[in-house]
Design a protein around this ligand. Structure first.
Ligand SMILES: Cc1cc2nc3c(=O)[nH]c(=O)nc-3n(C[C@H](O)[C@H](O)[C@H](O)COP(=O)(O)OP(=O)(O)OC[C@H]3O[C@@H](n4cnc5c(N)ncnc54)[C@H](O)[C@@H]3O)c2cc1C
Length: 278
């Protein structure tokens, strides 16, 4: 049975990492504890759920900083996230079922780096950055650069993801998140779609950003796709073009949940469905 540490502060956590470089970090354990029995690893574990600095959601004049051990349930109930980052709240609402949302954290969702991680498309849309700490120092990088492939990140040995930071001035006044799964709850996505736009007078889109989950090795975004909305109303013609760019750009795989062809079709359909929500 592996030894488990339960630090109460960031200082204590970094001390444990310094003394035990092989220690494995976990927060809710909803990903790690599922994999652990198959990995046969006996290294000590450190649970960060009680580290007070990692559980705060705070705002400054320009940014909101969400502690990595914030659970999905806390993202759903928190006023700051609801008011400023509605896509992130909506995505968190779609994670698993209540028990998983009560334990699973935003930091765990990012570090797992699954193409199906529900909070990731909104984080790409808001240009989120991750704050990383280790006994050697601190760095901050965009989440897009942090995630390098399915299950792969830039997290260095001994590093902890401390927080996710997002700017408040994104200017989006239209938000839409949709997840397609094999059932309504407790379902990993077959495809997911986050969309945000700044829509001006007369319903013309000034700026838009799209991000998809489960249709490429990491979250799929496309400059061509975003630009195809600019200066146009969100009508049938715009959405037909946007859906075609989407189907052209995505790189889905076939797995037990869906075929690549189905995912490609659904990704385009999700864009087309914006017409019903606009
Ligand atoms: C039944 C079930 C249903 C699920 N449904 C969904 C779903 O619908 N959508 C979805 O996106 N996910 C789903 N998941 C996956 C999981 O719940 C989420 O990814 C969750 O956000 C993981 O958070 P966690 O705190 O439990 O991660 P953990 O299991 O604690 O950690 C996951 C990984 O991240 C690392 N890690 C965690 N926190 C940090 C940190 N702060 N710094 C450095 N490394 C860290 C750990 O070492 C581990 O490798 C489901 C899981 C289960 C078991």
């Amino acid at each position: 049975m592996a030894k488990v540490y339960l630090p109460l502060s960031l200082e204590e956590l970094l001390g444990i990492i310094s003394d035990q470089p092989a220690v494995r970090i976990f927060a809710g354990g909803t990903d790690l504890m599922v994999r652990l029995p198959f990995q046969g690893v006996e290294s000590p574990l450190v649970c960060i759920e009680k580290v007070k600095e990692l559980r705060v959601v705070e705002e400054s004049a320009d940014e909101v900083r969400i502690g990595a051990a914030t659970t999905h349930s806390e993202l759903v109930s928190g006023g700051l996230v609801k008011g400023l980052f509605p896509l992130l709240r909506e995505a968190a609402r779609h994670v698993g079922a209540p028990a998983v949302r009560n334990m699973g954290t935003i930091g765990g969702n990012i570090c797992t780096a699954s193409p199906a991680g529900d909070t990731l498309p909104p984080l790409y849309i808001y240009g989120a950055e991750v704050e990383l700490r280790s006994p050697r120092g601190e760095r901050r990088i965009p989440v897009e650069a942090f995630i390098t492939g399915p299950g792969r990140t830039q997290l260095a040995p001994g590093e902890v993801l401390c927080a996710v930071v997002m700017r408040k001035d994104h200017g989006f006044n239209f938000n839409h998140f949709e997840k397609v799964g094999q059932r309504k709850a407790m379902a990993i996505s077959v495809a997911s779609f986050a969309f945000a736009a700044a829509i001006g007078a007369g319903g013309v889109v000034a700026r838009a950003r799209c991000a998809f989950g489960s249709v490429a090795p990491t979250v799929f975004t496309s400059r061509d796709l975003d630009e195809c909305f600019a200066g146009k109303p969100m009508d049938g013609d715009t959405l037909v073009s946007a859906a075609a760019i989407t189907r052209e750009g995505v790189r889905p795989i076939s797995d037990i949940r869906a075929s690549a062809q189905y995912r490609r079709q659904v990704a385009g359909n999700l864009v087309r469905r914006l017409e019903e929500t606009g």
